[in-house]
Design a binder for this molecule. Structure first.
Ligand code: URA
Length: 432
Protein backbone atom coordinates (compact mmCIF):
# COMPACT_ATOMS: atom_id res chain seq x y z
CA UNK A 1 0.00 0.00 0.00
CA UNK A 2 1.18 3.51 -0.74
CA UNK A 3 0.97 5.87 2.24
CA UNK A 4 0.93 8.99 0.05
CA UNK A 5 -2.12 7.55 -1.74
CA UNK A 6 -3.87 7.05 1.61
CA UNK A 7 -3.10 10.64 2.62
CA UNK A 8 -4.44 11.89 -0.72
CA UNK A 9 -7.54 9.75 -0.40
CA UNK A 10 -8.33 11.13 3.05
CA UNK A 11 -7.50 14.66 1.90
CA UNK A 12 -10.05 14.40 -0.90
CA UNK A 13 -12.75 13.22 1.51
CA UNK A 14 -13.03 9.61 0.32
CA UNK A 15 -13.69 6.81 2.82
CA UNK A 16 -10.74 4.56 3.65
CA UNK A 17 -11.26 0.83 3.91
CA UNK A 18 -10.66 -1.15 7.11
CA UNK A 19 -7.60 -2.67 5.45
CA UNK A 20 -6.13 0.73 4.63
CA UNK A 21 -6.69 2.12 8.11
CA UNK A 22 -5.26 -1.01 9.73
CA UNK A 23 -2.19 -0.74 7.52
CA UNK A 24 -1.76 2.86 8.60
CA UNK A 25 -2.03 2.23 12.37
CA UNK A 26 0.12 -0.87 12.25
CA UNK A 27 2.78 0.81 10.14
CA UNK A 28 2.94 3.81 12.44
CA UNK A 29 3.07 1.73 15.63
CA UNK A 30 5.94 -0.33 14.23
CA UNK A 31 7.83 2.82 13.20
CA UNK A 32 7.51 2.01 9.49
CA UNK A 33 5.50 5.13 8.62
CA UNK A 34 7.31 8.34 9.60
CA UNK A 35 5.89 11.17 11.73
CA UNK A 36 5.70 13.60 8.79
CA UNK A 37 3.37 11.36 6.81
CA UNK A 38 1.22 10.65 9.84
CA UNK A 39 1.07 14.40 10.60
CA UNK A 40 -0.25 15.05 7.09
CA UNK A 41 -2.79 12.26 7.47
CA UNK A 42 -3.97 13.61 10.84
CA UNK A 43 -4.43 17.06 9.33
CA UNK A 44 -6.50 15.52 6.54
CA UNK A 45 -8.66 13.78 9.21
CA UNK A 46 -8.92 17.08 11.05
CA UNK A 47 -10.56 18.69 8.00
CA UNK A 48 -12.39 15.69 6.56
CA UNK A 49 -13.45 13.81 9.69
CA UNK A 50 -14.11 10.08 9.75
CA UNK A 51 -17.17 8.04 8.87
CA UNK A 52 -18.73 5.85 11.57
CA UNK A 53 -17.18 2.77 10.05
CA UNK A 54 -13.74 4.42 9.69
CA UNK A 55 -13.87 5.52 13.33
CA UNK A 56 -14.82 2.01 14.48
CA UNK A 57 -11.88 0.46 12.62
CA UNK A 58 -9.44 3.20 13.67
CA UNK A 59 -10.39 2.87 17.37
CA UNK A 60 -10.31 -0.93 17.27
CA UNK A 61 -6.88 -0.89 15.64
CA UNK A 62 -5.56 1.54 18.24
CA UNK A 63 -7.04 -0.56 21.03
CA UNK A 64 -5.44 -3.73 19.65
CA UNK A 65 -2.11 -2.06 18.85
CA UNK A 66 -1.11 -3.35 22.30
CA UNK A 67 -2.34 -5.54 25.09
CA UNK A 68 -6.02 -5.46 26.07
CA UNK A 69 -6.07 -6.26 29.75
CA UNK A 70 -8.38 -8.81 31.27
CA UNK A 71 -8.98 -7.95 34.93
CA UNK A 72 -11.86 -10.39 35.39
CA UNK A 73 -9.86 -12.37 37.99
CA UNK A 74 -9.71 -9.29 40.24
CA UNK A 75 -12.94 -9.05 42.23
CA UNK A 76 -14.99 -5.86 42.36
CA UNK A 77 -16.43 -3.31 39.95
CA UNK A 78 -13.67 -1.77 37.87
CA UNK A 79 -14.79 1.67 36.75
CA UNK A 80 -12.72 4.54 35.40
CA UNK A 81 -13.22 8.18 34.45
CA UNK A 82 -11.62 10.21 31.72
CA UNK A 83 -11.70 13.92 31.07
CA UNK A 84 -11.38 15.49 27.65
CA UNK A 85 -9.01 18.00 29.23
CA UNK A 86 -9.29 21.36 30.87
CA UNK A 87 -7.47 24.02 32.86
CA UNK A 88 -6.90 23.22 36.52
CA UNK A 89 -8.49 19.81 35.96
CA UNK A 90 -7.01 17.82 38.82
CA UNK A 91 -10.17 15.77 39.33
CA UNK A 92 -8.53 12.35 38.70
CA UNK A 93 -6.23 12.78 41.69
CA UNK A 94 -9.19 13.17 44.03
CA UNK A 95 -11.71 11.01 42.22
CA UNK A 96 -9.66 7.81 42.07
CA UNK A 97 -9.07 7.48 45.84
CA UNK A 98 -12.60 8.68 46.61
CA UNK A 99 -14.10 6.05 44.31
CA UNK A 100 -11.96 3.38 46.00
CA UNK A 101 -13.09 4.62 49.43
CA UNK A 102 -16.66 4.14 48.18
CA UNK A 103 -16.01 0.52 47.18
CA UNK A 104 -14.94 0.65 43.51
CA UNK A 105 -11.74 -0.45 41.85
CA UNK A 106 -10.11 2.19 39.65
CA UNK A 107 -7.52 1.05 37.12
CA UNK A 108 -6.57 4.45 35.71
CA UNK A 109 -4.34 5.03 32.73
CA UNK A 110 -3.79 8.74 32.22
CA UNK A 111 -2.13 11.05 29.75
CA UNK A 112 0.36 13.88 29.79
CA UNK A 113 -0.39 17.52 29.09
CA UNK A 114 -1.94 18.04 25.68
CA UNK A 115 -2.10 21.41 23.92
CA UNK A 116 -2.99 24.02 26.53
CA UNK A 117 -4.32 21.44 29.02
CA UNK A 118 -2.40 19.81 31.85
CA UNK A 119 -1.97 16.05 32.24
CA UNK A 120 -2.56 13.84 35.27
CA UNK A 121 0.80 12.09 34.78
CA UNK A 122 2.75 15.34 34.85
CA UNK A 123 0.92 16.34 38.02
CA UNK A 124 1.59 13.00 39.72
CA UNK A 125 5.27 13.17 38.77
CA UNK A 126 5.62 16.41 40.67
CA UNK A 127 5.41 14.22 43.80
CA UNK A 128 9.10 13.30 44.23
CA UNK A 129 9.70 9.63 43.39
CA UNK A 130 6.19 8.91 42.05
CA UNK A 131 6.49 6.26 39.35
CA UNK A 132 3.81 6.24 36.65
CA UNK A 133 5.57 3.51 34.65
CA UNK A 134 4.45 0.32 36.37
CA UNK A 135 4.67 -2.98 34.58
CA UNK A 136 1.40 -4.78 33.88
CA UNK A 137 1.95 -7.43 36.62
CA UNK A 138 2.64 -4.67 39.20
CA UNK A 139 -0.40 -2.73 37.91
CA UNK A 140 -2.59 -5.81 38.47
CA UNK A 141 -1.13 -6.56 41.90
CA UNK A 142 -1.59 -2.99 43.15
CA UNK A 143 -5.12 -2.85 41.76
CA UNK A 144 -6.02 -6.05 43.62
CA UNK A 145 -4.39 -4.89 46.88
CA UNK A 146 -5.14 -1.15 47.00
CA UNK A 147 -8.04 -0.87 44.57
CA UNK A 148 -6.29 1.65 42.35
CA UNK A 149 -3.32 2.22 40.11
CA UNK A 150 -2.42 5.55 38.53
CA UNK A 151 -0.18 4.94 35.56
CA UNK A 152 0.72 6.18 32.11
CA UNK A 153 0.39 4.33 28.88
CA UNK A 154 3.07 1.68 28.79
CA UNK A 155 4.47 0.52 25.47
CA UNK A 156 2.00 -2.36 25.91
CA UNK A 157 -1.26 -0.42 26.27
CA UNK A 158 -2.64 1.29 23.15
CA UNK A 159 0.87 2.20 21.93
CA UNK A 160 -0.63 3.63 18.75
CA UNK A 161 -2.47 6.23 20.82
CA UNK A 162 0.66 6.98 22.83
CA UNK A 163 2.53 7.91 19.65
CA UNK A 164 -0.38 9.69 17.99
CA UNK A 165 -1.19 11.69 21.12
CA UNK A 166 2.33 13.11 21.33
CA UNK A 167 2.34 13.87 17.60
CA UNK A 168 -1.09 15.55 17.63
CA UNK A 169 0.03 17.74 20.52
CA UNK A 170 2.70 19.37 18.35
CA UNK A 171 0.95 19.38 14.96
CA UNK A 172 -2.24 21.31 15.73
CA UNK A 173 -4.46 18.24 15.34
CA UNK A 174 -5.85 17.84 18.84
CA UNK A 175 -9.25 19.52 18.55
CA UNK A 176 -10.85 16.92 16.33
CA UNK A 177 -13.80 14.78 17.44
CA UNK A 178 -12.83 11.43 15.82
CA UNK A 179 -9.20 11.78 16.95
CA UNK A 180 -10.14 12.68 20.53
CA UNK A 181 -12.83 9.98 20.74
CA UNK A 182 -10.56 7.22 19.40
CA UNK A 183 -7.64 8.34 21.57
CA UNK A 184 -9.65 8.30 24.77
CA UNK A 185 -11.67 5.18 24.07
CA UNK A 186 -8.76 3.05 22.81
CA UNK A 187 -6.71 3.50 25.95
CA UNK A 188 -9.66 3.29 28.32
CA UNK A 189 -11.05 0.12 26.77
CA UNK A 190 -7.58 -1.45 26.94
CA UNK A 191 -7.64 -1.07 30.74
CA UNK A 192 -10.02 -3.95 31.23
CA UNK A 193 -12.73 -1.82 32.87
CA UNK A 194 -16.38 -2.77 33.40
CA UNK A 195 -17.71 0.77 32.83
CA UNK A 196 -16.55 4.30 32.09
CA UNK A 197 -17.61 7.81 32.96
CA UNK A 198 -16.46 10.66 30.72
CA UNK A 199 -16.07 14.26 31.80
CA UNK A 200 -16.56 16.15 28.56
CA UNK A 201 -15.47 19.74 29.02
CA UNK A 202 -17.24 22.61 27.26
CA UNK A 203 -16.00 26.16 26.93
CA UNK A 204 -13.10 28.40 26.08
CA UNK A 205 -10.64 26.27 28.08
CA UNK A 206 -11.75 23.00 26.48
CA UNK A 207 -11.04 21.44 23.10
CA UNK A 208 -14.78 21.64 22.43
CA UNK A 209 -15.71 25.31 22.68
CA UNK A 210 -19.49 24.94 22.35
CA UNK A 211 -22.16 22.61 23.71
CA UNK A 212 -23.06 21.12 20.29
CA UNK A 213 -19.49 19.96 19.60
CA UNK A 214 -19.08 18.69 23.16
CA UNK A 215 -22.31 16.71 22.86
CA UNK A 216 -21.21 15.24 19.52
CA UNK A 217 -17.91 14.19 21.10
CA UNK A 218 -19.69 12.68 24.11
CA UNK A 219 -22.15 10.80 21.91
CA UNK A 220 -19.34 9.53 19.68
CA UNK A 221 -17.51 8.07 22.67
CA UNK A 222 -20.67 6.62 24.22
CA UNK A 223 -21.38 4.93 20.88
CA UNK A 224 -17.86 3.45 20.73
CA UNK A 225 -18.25 2.19 24.31
CA UNK A 226 -21.58 0.60 23.41
CA UNK A 227 -20.17 -1.08 20.31
CA UNK A 228 -17.30 -2.50 22.34
CA UNK A 229 -19.52 -3.67 25.19
CA UNK A 230 -18.37 -1.21 27.89
CA UNK A 231 -21.23 0.85 29.40
CA UNK A 232 -20.19 4.49 29.03
CA UNK A 233 -21.80 7.71 30.25
CA UNK A 234 -20.78 11.34 30.07
CA UNK A 235 -21.23 14.53 32.04
CA UNK A 236 -20.79 17.72 30.07
CA UNK A 237 -19.13 20.14 32.48
CA UNK A 238 -18.09 23.75 32.36
CA UNK A 239 -14.67 24.95 31.22
CA UNK A 240 -15.42 28.65 30.90
CA UNK A 241 -13.36 29.22 34.01
CA UNK A 242 -10.55 27.14 35.54
CA UNK A 243 -11.41 24.34 37.94
CA UNK A 244 -10.41 25.42 41.42
CA UNK A 245 -7.58 27.91 41.87
CA UNK A 246 -4.45 25.93 41.02
CA UNK A 247 -3.09 25.64 37.46
CA UNK A 248 0.19 23.78 37.10
CA UNK A 249 1.62 20.60 38.54
CA UNK A 250 2.79 20.58 42.20
CA UNK A 251 0.33 23.39 42.89
CA UNK A 252 -2.54 21.22 41.59
CA UNK A 253 -1.37 18.28 43.70
CA UNK A 254 -1.44 20.56 46.75
CA UNK A 255 -5.02 21.64 45.91
CA UNK A 256 -6.03 18.01 45.40
CA UNK A 257 -4.70 17.14 48.87
CA UNK A 258 -6.70 20.04 50.32
CA UNK A 259 -9.81 18.66 48.59
CA UNK A 260 -9.05 15.18 49.92
CA UNK A 261 -8.94 16.79 53.36
CA UNK A 262 -12.43 18.19 52.77
CA UNK A 263 -11.15 21.78 52.37
CA UNK A 264 -10.99 22.06 48.60
CA UNK A 265 -12.70 24.52 46.26
CA UNK A 266 -16.43 23.87 45.95
CA UNK A 267 -16.39 23.35 42.16
CA UNK A 268 -13.62 20.75 42.41
CA UNK A 269 -15.44 18.85 45.15
CA UNK A 270 -18.84 19.07 43.44
CA UNK A 271 -17.61 17.77 40.07
CA UNK A 272 -15.63 14.98 41.71
CA UNK A 273 -18.62 13.86 43.77
CA UNK A 274 -20.95 14.01 40.73
CA UNK A 275 -18.57 11.86 38.67
CA UNK A 276 -18.01 9.27 41.42
CA UNK A 277 -21.76 9.11 41.93
CA UNK A 278 -22.12 8.19 38.23
CA UNK A 279 -19.35 5.59 38.55
CA UNK A 280 -21.16 4.02 41.51
CA UNK A 281 -24.44 4.12 39.63
CA UNK A 282 -22.86 2.34 36.66
CA UNK A 283 -21.78 -0.35 39.14
CA UNK A 284 -25.30 -0.50 40.61
CA UNK A 285 -24.00 0.86 43.93
CA UNK A 286 -25.58 4.34 44.14
CA UNK A 287 -28.60 5.47 46.11
CA UNK A 288 -29.98 8.75 47.43
CA UNK A 289 -27.40 8.81 50.26
CA UNK A 290 -24.40 8.52 47.94
CA UNK A 291 -23.68 12.25 47.62
CA UNK A 292 -23.56 12.73 51.41
CA UNK A 293 -21.54 9.52 51.86
CA UNK A 294 -18.90 10.70 49.34
CA UNK A 295 -18.58 14.13 50.97
CA UNK A 296 -18.14 12.41 54.32
CA UNK A 297 -15.30 10.28 52.89
CA UNK A 298 -13.53 13.52 52.00
CA UNK A 299 -14.13 15.00 55.46
CA UNK A 300 -13.20 11.91 57.49
CA UNK A 301 -9.83 11.37 55.75
CA UNK A 302 -10.62 7.96 54.27
CA UNK A 303 -10.09 9.09 50.64
CA UNK A 304 -6.89 10.91 51.63
CA UNK A 305 -5.54 7.75 53.30
CA UNK A 306 -6.12 5.81 50.08
CA UNK A 307 -4.32 8.48 48.06
CA UNK A 308 -1.39 8.33 50.52
CA UNK A 309 -1.25 4.52 50.18
CA UNK A 310 -1.21 4.81 46.37
CA UNK A 311 1.58 7.40 46.49
CA UNK A 312 3.58 5.16 48.83
CA UNK A 313 3.04 2.05 46.68
CA UNK A 314 4.17 3.93 43.57
CA UNK A 315 7.39 5.18 45.20
CA UNK A 316 6.24 8.74 45.94
CA UNK A 317 7.42 10.70 48.96
CA UNK A 318 4.45 10.52 51.36
CA UNK A 319 5.89 13.33 53.48
CA UNK A 320 4.65 15.65 50.69
CA UNK A 321 1.12 14.34 51.17
CA UNK A 322 1.27 14.96 54.92
CA UNK A 323 2.83 18.37 54.34
CA UNK A 324 2.24 19.74 50.79
CA UNK A 325 4.71 22.59 51.44
CA UNK A 326 7.38 19.91 50.81
CA UNK A 327 6.22 19.59 47.17
CA UNK A 328 8.43 21.43 44.64
CA UNK A 329 8.18 25.17 45.33
CA UNK A 330 8.97 28.08 42.99
CA UNK A 331 11.78 30.53 43.77
CA UNK A 332 9.53 33.52 43.09
CA UNK A 333 5.91 34.55 43.53
CA UNK A 334 4.13 37.70 42.45
CA UNK A 335 0.58 38.96 42.03
CA UNK A 336 -1.18 39.98 38.83
CA UNK A 337 -3.58 42.77 39.79
CA UNK A 338 -6.78 44.26 38.43
CA UNK A 339 -6.19 47.42 36.40
CA UNK A 340 -9.85 48.47 36.54
CA UNK A 341 -12.89 47.83 38.70
CA UNK A 342 -15.83 45.65 37.65
CA UNK A 343 -16.94 42.06 37.24
CA UNK A 344 -14.69 39.15 36.25
CA UNK A 345 -15.27 37.21 33.07
CA UNK A 346 -12.81 34.73 31.60
CA UNK A 347 -12.60 35.51 27.93
CA UNK A 348 -10.18 32.77 27.00
CA UNK A 349 -9.56 30.05 29.58
CA UNK A 350 -7.15 28.22 27.24
CA UNK A 351 -5.01 31.36 27.56
CA UNK A 352 -4.55 30.53 31.25
CA UNK A 353 -3.14 27.16 30.21
CA UNK A 354 -0.77 28.91 27.81
CA UNK A 355 0.17 31.38 30.58
CA UNK A 356 1.18 28.43 32.79
CA UNK A 357 2.99 26.89 29.81
CA UNK A 358 5.02 30.13 29.40
CA UNK A 359 6.26 29.60 32.96
CA UNK A 360 7.37 26.04 32.13
CA UNK A 361 4.37 24.08 33.48
CA UNK A 362 3.71 22.44 30.08
CA UNK A 363 5.46 21.40 26.88
CA UNK A 364 5.91 23.15 23.54
CA UNK A 365 7.66 20.15 21.97
CA UNK A 366 7.17 16.53 22.86
CA UNK A 367 10.69 16.20 24.30
CA UNK A 368 10.41 19.27 26.60
CA UNK A 369 10.78 18.87 30.37
CA UNK A 370 8.21 20.32 32.71
CA UNK A 371 9.02 22.51 35.70
CA UNK A 372 6.84 20.97 38.45
CA UNK A 373 7.06 23.99 40.78
CA UNK A 374 5.68 26.73 38.55
CA UNK A 375 2.09 27.64 37.81
CA UNK A 376 -0.75 29.96 38.71
CA UNK A 377 -3.30 30.46 41.44
CA UNK A 378 -6.45 31.99 40.02
CA UNK A 379 -7.77 34.08 42.91
CA UNK A 380 -11.08 35.19 41.37
CA UNK A 381 -14.20 33.47 40.04
CA UNK A 382 -16.49 34.25 37.12
CA UNK A 383 -18.80 37.15 38.02
CA UNK A 384 -16.81 38.23 41.07
CA UNK A 385 -16.67 41.99 41.72
CA UNK A 386 -13.14 43.42 41.94
CA UNK A 387 -11.57 46.82 42.62
CA UNK A 388 -8.44 48.33 41.05
CA UNK A 389 -5.36 46.64 42.54
CA UNK A 390 -7.16 43.49 43.71
CA UNK A 391 -5.13 40.31 43.22
CA UNK A 392 -6.45 38.30 40.25
CA UNK A 393 -3.67 35.70 39.99
CA UNK A 394 -0.65 34.63 41.97
CA UNK A 395 2.16 33.72 39.57
CA UNK A 396 4.58 31.02 40.76
CA UNK A 397 7.77 31.17 38.70
CA UNK A 398 11.42 30.25 38.61
CA UNK A 399 12.84 31.95 35.52
CA UNK A 400 12.21 35.76 35.63
CA UNK A 401 12.26 35.93 31.81
CA UNK A 402 9.03 33.87 31.72
CA UNK A 403 7.08 36.42 33.75
CA UNK A 404 6.33 39.00 31.06
CA UNK A 405 5.07 36.48 28.43
CA UNK A 406 2.92 34.90 31.13
CA UNK A 407 1.43 38.27 32.11
CA UNK A 408 0.62 39.05 28.47
CA UNK A 409 -1.30 35.78 28.23
CA UNK A 410 -3.17 36.60 31.44
CA UNK A 411 -4.11 40.04 30.12
CA UNK A 412 -5.74 38.40 27.10
CA UNK A 413 -7.48 35.70 29.10
CA UNK A 414 -9.45 37.73 31.64
CA UNK A 415 -11.80 40.68 31.30
CA UNK A 416 -13.02 43.08 33.99
CA UNK A 417 -16.32 44.39 32.68
CA UNK A 418 -18.95 46.86 33.87
CA UNK A 419 -21.98 44.59 33.76
CA UNK A 420 -22.35 41.45 35.83
CA UNK A 421 -22.06 38.36 33.58
CA UNK A 422 -24.64 35.57 33.69
CA UNK A 423 -23.70 32.80 36.14
CA UNK A 424 -22.21 29.64 34.65
CA UNK A 425 -23.55 26.18 35.41
CA UNK A 426 -21.02 23.61 36.62
CA UNK A 427 -22.70 20.65 34.94
CA UNK A 428 -24.58 21.19 31.67
CA UNK A 429 -25.91 17.79 30.86
CA UNK A 430 -25.73 14.07 31.53
CA UNK A 431 -25.60 11.73 28.54
CA UNK A 432 -26.18 8.02 28.83
N1 URA B 1 -7.49 13.17 26.09
C1 URA B 1 -7.01 12.09 25.42
O1 URA B 1 -6.69 11.08 26.02
N2 URA B 1 -6.92 12.15 24.10
C2 URA B 1 -7.27 13.24 23.41
O2 URA B 1 -7.14 13.23 22.21
C3 URA B 1 -7.76 14.37 24.09
C4 URA B 1 -7.87 14.30 25.45
Amino acid sequence: MNVVELIRKKRSGAELSAEELSYFIEGYTKGEIPDYQVSAFLMAVFFRGMSKSELGTWTRQMLHSGEVLDLSDIPGHKVDKHSTGGIGDKISLILAPLAVAAGLKVPMISGRGLGHTGGTLDKLESIPGFDVNLSIPVYRKQLAELGCTLIGQTGQIAPADKKLYALRDVTGTVECIPLIASSIMSKKLAEGIDALILDVKVGSGAFMKNAEDAQRLAETMIEIGKEMGTPTRALMTDMNQPLGQAIGNAVEVAESIETLRGNGPKDVEDITVALVQEMLDLAGMADDKTDAMLREKLRDGSALKIFRDIVEAQGGDVATIDDPSLLPQPKNRTFYKAKSAGYIRFENVAGLGFAALELGAGRRKKEDDIDPAVGLLCLVRHGQKVEVGDHLFEILYNDPSTLSPCEKRLANAIVVQDDEPKPLPLIYKKLT
